[in-house]
Design a protein around this ligand. Structure first.
Ligand SMILES: Nc1ncnc2c1ncn2[C@@H]1O[C@H](COP(=O)(O)OP(=O)(O)OP(=O)(O)O)[C@@H](O)[C@H]1O
Length: 259
């Protein structure tokens, strides 16, 4: 009797391998024309992100990490190539459509938290759902707030919260709507190492428990080690990839790219 890939126990249990891709980019390029010369910020990137997988994007400064994330998330337009979110091709969409798509289907976590200072933690978490006139899943809200340890602080303004607590609010806000993908741009860049580790553990748990798909840009090999997979960019091209990374392995691969 033959064994098919579908029946393989590891293939079935590894979401990074078996789940259909949530985000697919093909032949993605982004060229800046500076007059005297052209900068190829992205130079033909093909990449997929699968449901429930936590992926880190790394690479030397100027390698194209932010450009890639912005093009994937519909925050920037590519010069050529395609990006799909599920069955939806987002390249070529008009601004208004992109705004709706980002609001309804994508979660964002930024280095600088991006909370509204006049709103409490609870109001910040609920704001995107209110703007989108979405019914809030109360059980999911309670679960997420509980997991990130914000239950006692929901009525605080951001100014009364530590950086780590503010980022937990941003994580809860990003996860509440169960978006198809969460993009995190240096989410621990402004945090001390303990708060950073907590945030990364929450992100990691959300992929395991809630099957959340997360794509994170980071400079930090320790942060990247929380991911299932690390992809490396150099000069706008994908040049390396590691699964089940350790901080040491990621550091060594990065060092290779910088020489
Ligand atoms: N608006 C722009 N005009 C011209 N060149 C740009 C522009 N934005 C980015 N670039 C160039 O595109 C390339 C990729 O930039 P990008 O910010 O994506 O890199 P990065 O890997 O995120 O860098 P860092 O780690 O320093 O944040 C760099 O050479 C950068 O100088």
């Amino acid at each position: 009797m033959g064994t098919s890939a579908v029946n393989h126990p590891f293939a079935q249990s590894d979401p990074a391998v078996t789940a259909p891709p949530v985000v697919v980019a093909r032949g993605l390029t982004k060229t800046y024309d500076t007059g005297a010369s052209q900068i190829h910020a992205l130079d033909g990137v093909d990449i997929e992100f699968h449901r429930g997988a936590f992926t880190a994007i790394m690479g030397p400064s100027g390698s194209g990490k932010s450009t890639l994330m912005h093009c994937l998330a519909g925050l920037d337009t590519s010069t050529s190539g395609t990006v799909h979110l599920g069955r939806t091709q987002i390249t070529g969409m008009r601004d208004a459509e992109l705004t709706r798509l980002r609001r309804d289907r994508i979660g964002f976590i930024f280095q600088s938290f991006n909370l509204l200072p006049m709103l409490t933690a609870r109001q910040n978490i609920l704001l995107p759902s209110q703007i989108a006139k979405r019914t809030v899943d109360r059980a999911r809200l309670d679960h997420i707030v509980d997991v990130v340890g914000l239950s006692e602080r929901l009525d605080h303004l951001p100014a009364k919260l530590s950086g780590g607590q503010q980022q937990r609010v941003a994580v809860a806000r990003a996860l509440l709507n169960a978006p198809e993908v969460v993009y995190a741009d240096e989410p621990t860049g402004n945090l001390d190492s303990r708060s950073g580790a907590e945030i990364l553990a929450f992100l990691q748990n959300s992929t395991r428990e809630l099957h959340q798909t997360i794509v994170m840009v980071t400079h930090d090999p320790v942060a990247a080690s929380y991911a299932d997979r690390v992809v490396f960019l150099r000069d706008g091209r994908l040049v390396d990839e590691v699964t089940d990374p350790t901080a040491e392995l990621v550091s060594a691969r990065l060092l290779n790219l910088e020489v």
